[in-house]
Design a protein around this ligand. Sequence first.
Ligand SMILES: O=C(O)CCC(=O)C(=O)O
Ligand SMILES: [Fe+2]
Length: 362
Amino acid sequence: MMAQIAKIPIIDIASDTEQDQLKVAKKLVEAAVEHGFIYIRNSGKDIPIEAVEGTFDLSKKLFAAPVAEKQACTIQPNNRGWSAMQYETLDPKNQRVGDYKEAFNFGEFIDGKAQQPIPPTISEHEGQISAFRDLCHGVCLKINTLLGIGLEVNPPSFFASAHLRENGPSGTTLRFLYYPPLSDLLPAADGDGNTPNEDDVRAGAHSDYGSITMLFRLKGQAGLEILTRQNTWAPVPVCPPGTESDPAPPILVNIGDLLSYWTNGLLRSTVHRVVFPRRGERVAVDGETSTEPRYSIAFFCHPVGTTPLLPVPSERVRNFRRSEDGGEKNNPYAERKVMTADEHLQMRLRASYLTLYKDEKA
Ligand SMILES: O=C(O)CCC(=O)C(=O)O
Ligand SMILES: [Fe+2]
């Protein structure tokens, strides 16, 4: 059966008139409520196309670096560094083995300098990575501002202010991701035992841990799926109809758990995953394949770590009854006791890195 492609609204946030801003803000909120995923058109105005391309080039270089270089930057309990193939398990309840991916997390930079070890292969470019992170941060503030306006939060700058760097450190992370092709994982002559089977995934089903995520993908590289309200998996095309002639694929933005907490579950933190091509199945999206290596870049926005996750001052949020929506099934975390943004992040990281925190006290 042909899987239904996800119907995700496409929004252009580049306009600067105030009237348009309110309209865009309302559209953004509706998309966040209905889908939890939004395509943000990328005309190159907010994030230059060359900046995206240059960052993908660095990502490819980084993952191709000698493994000893990456190992020397192994991920630490502060969530920075290199996560090796199958080290992370995003859906531990349902996965037999870890995610078939490698990842590299960049925390904050100070004056263009990383505050963590960087593989020598790319270290001369750390200023470029820092600049890309700043560009993403700018868009993150813009989207959070629009969400505050659209939800009529009092004051509307509520979400954006919570993300200002001058207000304190946060879990914000720029992440490079690499998913090897299936052909690299087929049994070696001596059988190394880590060949994926039919149910294994490139990234297990999960919702994101922060406020919003901005995802950059490359044309032609399939694999991302979202769980729809009908509980079916729907592929998310890199270039949805209408954006084919844009200079770059749209930035895929999704609502994470924190905005769901902040809004009583009104904004939807949608579950998603990355899959291998299924044997014998036709391509889900025209022009896309998942047999090749796949690269993506995610920018996970987190508010200042001490931010309490309480419903925000907004009439619409106050009036929202989660039970009417069934939203709690989609995001079980929105139900728990009040915690801070940092406590929430720690809880999620401990669940998906099965060994990283084993020597630390809970
Ligand atoms: O690589 C992708 O397309 C999605 C990755 C993802 O969902 C994540 O890292 O949270
Ligand atoms: Fe994700």
